[in-house]
Design a protein around this ligand. Sequence first.
Ligand SMILES: Nc1nc2c(c(=O)[nH]1)N[C@H]1C(S)=C(S)[C@@H](COP(=O)(O)OP(=O)(O)OC[C@H]3O[C@@H](n4cnc5c(N)ncnc54)[C@H](O)[C@@H]3O)O[C@H]1N2
Ligand code: MOO
Ligand SMILES: [Mg+2]
Length: 433
Amino acid sequence: MFCRNFIQKGFVDMSLHRKPMPVPDAVNSVMNYKKKAEGEILPLEFCDNRTLAEDIVATHPVPPFNKSPYDGFALRSEDTEGLSKEKSGQFRVTETVGAGHRASRPIKEGEAVRIMTGAEIPSGADCVAMFEICQTYEQDGQSWMSLKRPMEVNQNIIQQGSETKESDVLVEAGTKVNPGVKALLATFGYSDVNVYKKPVIGVFATGTELLDVDEPLEPGKIRNSNAYMIVSQVKRAGGEAHYFGKLEDDFDVCYQSVSEALDKVDVLITTGGVSVGDYDLMPDIYEKLEADVLFNKVAMRPGSVTTVASYQGKLLFGLSGNPSACYVGFELFTYPIILSYLGRSEPFHQRIQATLGKDFKKPNPFTRFVRGYLRYQEGRVIVDPVGMDKSAVVSSLAHTNVLIMLPGGTRGYEKGDNVEALLLEDQTGQESF
Ligand SMILES: Nc1nc2c(c(=O)[nH]1)N[C@H]1C(S)=C(S)[C@@H](COP(=O)(O)OP(=O)(O)OC[C@H]3O[C@@H](n4cnc5c(N)ncnc54)[C@H](O)[C@@H]3O)O[C@H]1N2
Ligand code: MOO
Ligand SMILES: [Mg+2]
């Protein structure tokens, strides 16, 4: 097997010279492998944030019966004709109907039913007068209601089916379940919901320098932050992360672990070891697996070393070890694949126009994906670069909610420039209402 590590000094190794692929081409080449997950049935209470694998169809009209929007009296509008301040009408109150109950018999001429909000309109009644415009009194053991104004047919009645007809498609498959979707599922009796299965995304961190989170720092070593970051990114995207642990930079260990893990996942992510260093083993692992490498260099910063390969129909994402590069590589290439598994018709991060909030003077031949923070100011959308903009930086990621896209070129960018940004999450609030 060809292995870069054994190339003798003095020769120029052509495998070091990688041809960068433009970002859109790289994204498209990955999306050629997109798949849709199968559905699974979940109890309604467990389907938050999952994606519907079936349309929500109205199983009955809403409301299912004519109902009262107010607490008041249901009566016949024709009995109120000509009523006025001077000429009140007297109605015999036959019974009281609360929501969930029905009148015992149809209403007759001169009668009224005391009715509560949400209760079914008694047959024969065609309007509801709110309590506020009615007066009540007792006479000879009988309840009466007096009204001083005429009512119209259908006044204060929510008609059966006025909101939704039976068989209407209300929410389409591929929609994420939010509280409103959940309310609809409950309305129509979807106690079990068909949602797309979460794709299982395996994660390995590679690097002999990596310590576990609970280990004290040692000279030359760092704690493994990427694995936790990626697992979080997978969850934020809606996937099921399976963290297999960290691997030292040993070919046999890495090859063995990666090939075994491939059977257990839909997609495999590794972080680290994709560049051209002596201990960057992923290129050799793809070669030994006979995986088809879609690209091993992308015309972007950070994350230029991002490598994606396909092996027996499964995608292997070789993300950079540098934290910022790893983060960006995931959001550009892995995120839309996860959303495709989830049946989402718009699997990419939303791309918005915004105003750059700070200068970004450093030009670069490659497109930059600057970690940024979106804010609103006087009706404008502002995106500010956050923290140091270096591939090896981890601290700026904590403040990142957008990736500011700065196309490559010979000039830098200035505060006030119009730029595009990819929205990663929408969790910005404000201090007061
Ligand atoms: N001669 C060249 N050297 C490098 C090139 C190049 O084109 N020619 N590309 C540079 C670029 S760009 C990047 S990005 C990095 C990519 O490196 P690798 O993906 O091979 O990653 P490693 O070498 O394993 O590690 C890089 C860096 O990241 C740290 N790291 C690794 N894993 C983790 C983790 N799980 N958590 C936190 N930090 C991690 C690691 O310690 C290194 O500092 O290559 C450049 N070199
Ligand atoms: O692969 Mo890089 O471009 O510094 O992150
Ligand atoms: Mg390396």
